[in-house]
Design a protein around this ligand. Structure first.
Ligand code: ADP
Length: 190
């Protein structure tokens, strides 16, 4: 099994690169942001729970997020592997992921981080906001809050996996195919 975390600040290109990775490596893509938006658009209890946090650019509580992730992984018992996009976003979520994978007799292969500076990210998210219809992409204060939350809560996840020698950092600024080439080099060396 190949199990990857695609990591990086909001707007760093995780969704774009995830689409290319699943095509080449035949992995199951799990984006917690997409899952929450799906639940919200269907007005499910889970969507209602997530909504207030997402609207403010805060993290949805770990208990809610981790349960949803587990259900999704268990729905794909025969997967060749997974690409986790937007998860884990806290150390607590990382520990839950490790526990879940080890229950399945698997483990994390690598964390691949896309690096992009704050100025670039804000420009990209605002541009995306024009077509995404996402409320959290259309307000600068909320975008800044998401970046702050990333730095305080999520960045430590990089160091957590660096201690296991699994973290890889890639420049997320450049041509989409060029960035994908760098990601493929990491995956091919696993
Ligand atoms: P982006 O990476 O552009 O911020 P996502 O689609 O990954 O966008 O996430 C959007 C929002 O969904 C986050 O700001 C957060 O509120 C919620 N969310 C997504 N994944 C998680 C997670 N693993 N833990 C907690 N909240 C999450």
């Amino acid at each position: 099994m190949i199990n990857l975390i695609l990591f990086g600040p909001p707007g760093s290109g995780k969704g774009t690169q995830a689409a290319k990775i699943i095509e080449k490596y035949n992995l199951v893509h799990i984006s917690t942001g997409d899952l929450f938006r799906f639940e919200m658009s269907n007005d499910t209890p889970l969507g209602t729970q997530a909504k207030a946090f997402m609207a403010k650019g805060e993290l949805v509580p770990d208990s809610v997020t981790t349960g949803m992730l587990r259900n999704k992984v268990e729905a794909h018992a025969n997967a060749k592997g997974f690409i986790f996009d937007g998860f884990p976003r806290t150390i607590n979520q990382a520990q839950a992921l490790d526990a879940l994978l080890s229950e399945k007799g698997a483990n994390l292969s690598a964390l691949i981080a896309l690096e992009a500076d704050d100025a670039e990210i804000v420009v990209r998210i605002k541009k995306r906001g024009a077509t995404s219809g996402r409320a959290d992409d259309n307000n600068e204060a909320i975008i800044r809050n998401r970046i702050d939350v990333y730095k305080s809560e999520t960045k430590p996840v990089y160091d957590y996996y660096a201690r296991q020698e699994k973290s890889h950092s890639i420049n997320g600024i450049g041509q989409i195919d060029e960035i994908f080439g760098l990601i493929a080099e990491v995956i091919d060396a696993l």
